[in-house]
Design a binder for this molecule. Structure first.
Ligand code: IPE
Ligand code: IPE
Ligand code: MG
Ligand code: MG
Ligand code: MG
Length: 307
């Protein structure tokens, strides 16, 4: 593939996110078959089918395709990571955490229902993700490998939320190091996991898996840096969540610590890092250069997004 975005065709969001419809159907079928109470099912569905960008499932699918040319084997992992992501958002919005009233342009789940239901719906989504993997991946070896990735990343995400909400850093760690620890844990871990699970479902070689991980590391951190930036540059209406919230809550963020210019520069550098990992992936035996190009476009979209 080309070594930079300069020759890439214009980004087509609909084409890029084409696997979303199949992931949504998969999630609906799975949720319909669970023996949950009607109000719990409704609460989960409120969070799960709320118009999220579905970037993590798309990354799972596209990374699987980059290795194997198809995303079919990755569908359960793609659905499972969206459950973990939605669980993280529902709990992130709770009064004891970020205390947010708006998510994806509508009331947060605890505002729509109540705190107890939001806590329980989050709990349920976190375990449903693992049930989904165990029951929907036919190969025990593949299911075990996916479980290991997802469980490890979910724990990292939760640790990141602890750092973000409660601190608990090594007293000697300087602010920039604390910031990276928060972002690598609370956000990058799941995004990296999406890339790794996709590669694993596509039967990646060790080298292909390492390249997918490096890509995931770079875009994972970049994604949260962009989230921090958008919090200060976009309106609540554009974001579908309350703008300006990070400063109000005294969060450690890239713009807050480094300023807007250095934040934008970090996004450029992390994008370059991600491209570099993809260049490597495309050159490895068995990789589909055509599909690796889609991952490059997805990375560029993530860097330039406005919500
Ligand atoms: C928001 O993630 C939370 C972060 C990790 C920054 P997304 O921006 O992917 O949220 P949705 O799913 O599209 O709403
Ligand atoms: C959220 O980070 C990370 C997780 C949900 C794990 P933020 O708190 O910045 O996400 P938003 O801005 O509320 O979506
Ligand atoms: Mg938060
Ligand atoms: Mg938040
Ligand atoms: Mg944020």
């Amino acid at each position: 593939m080309a070594s930079s975005a300069s020759h890439a065709p214009a980004f087509d969001f609909a084409a890029m996110t084409a696997p979303v419809a199949a992931v949504d159907q998969f999630l609906r079928d799975f949720l319909d078959q669970r023996p949950l109470t009607a109000d719990l099912t409704d609460a989960i569905a409120y969070s799960l089918f709320a118009g999220g960008k579905r970037l993590r499932p798309v990354l799972v699918c596209r990374c699987c395709e980059a290795i194997s040319g198809t995303c079919e084997p990755a569908m359960p992992a793609a659905a499972a990571i969206e459950l973990i992501h939605c669980f993280s958002l529902v709990h992130d919005d709770l009064p004891a955490m970020d205390d947010d009233d708006l998510r994806r342009g509508r009331p947060t789940l605890h505002r729509h229902t109540n705190e107890a239901m939001a806590i329980l719906a989050g709990d349920a989504m976190s375990v449903l993700a693992f049930e989904l993997v165990v029951t929907r991946i036919a190969s025990p070896q593949l299911a075990t490998a996916v479980l290991r990735e997802l469980a490890g990343a979910a724990s990292e995400m939760i640790a990141g939320q602890v750092y973000d909400t409660l601190g608990g850093f090594d007293a000697a760690a300087p602010p920039i190091e604390r910031l990276r620890i928060i972002h690598r844990h609370k956000t990058a871990a799941l995004i990296r996991c999406a890339c790794r699970m996709g590669a694993i479902c596509g039967q990646a070689s060790d080298q292909q898996l390492a390249a997918a991980s490096a890509y995931g590391d770079a875009i994972g951190l970049m994604f949260q840096v962009v989230d921090d930036l958008l919090d200060v540059t976009q309106s609540t209406e554009q974001l579908g969540k309350t703008a300006g919230k990070d400063a109000l809550q005294d969060k450690l963020t890239y713009p807050g610590l480094l300023g807007l210019e250095a934040t934008r520069q970090s996004i450029v550098e992390l994008t370059r890092e991600a491209h570099h990992a993809l260049d490597h992936l495309a050159r490895l035996p068995g990789s589909s250069a055509e599909h690796v190009l889609l991952l490059q476009q997805l990375c560029d979209y993530m860097a330039a997004r406005s919500n």
